[in-house]
Design a protein around this ligand. Structure first.
Ligand code: ZN
Length: 72
């Protein structure tokens, strides 16, 4: 049973996540590895920017799409 609502990864935020930010740190992860952060509508840009400036960000997808592709 995994019916709990995914929550935004931003510090202190308790909003329901809408987006999945897939990222990879080439220094510690193999290239195909994907770490994920969850983001609400408000924090998507902030978190994407944080990862983007470090060159870690790989993909930003809707949580519903991410879950659909994970389940496939
Ligand atoms: Zn948030």
């Amino acid at each position: 049973m995994t019916d709990e609502t995914p929550i935004c990864s931003a510090k202190g935020c308790r909003a329901a996540a809408v987006w999945v930010l897939a990222w990879n740190n080439p220094k510690i992860h193999t290239p195909e590895r994907r770490k994920t952060w969850l983001a609400c509508e408000e924090h998507r840009e902030h978190l994407a920017q944080f990862l983007g400036v470090r060159g870690f960000l790989k993909d930003v997808v809707l949580l519903s799409q991410w879950q659909a592709s994970e389940g496939a």
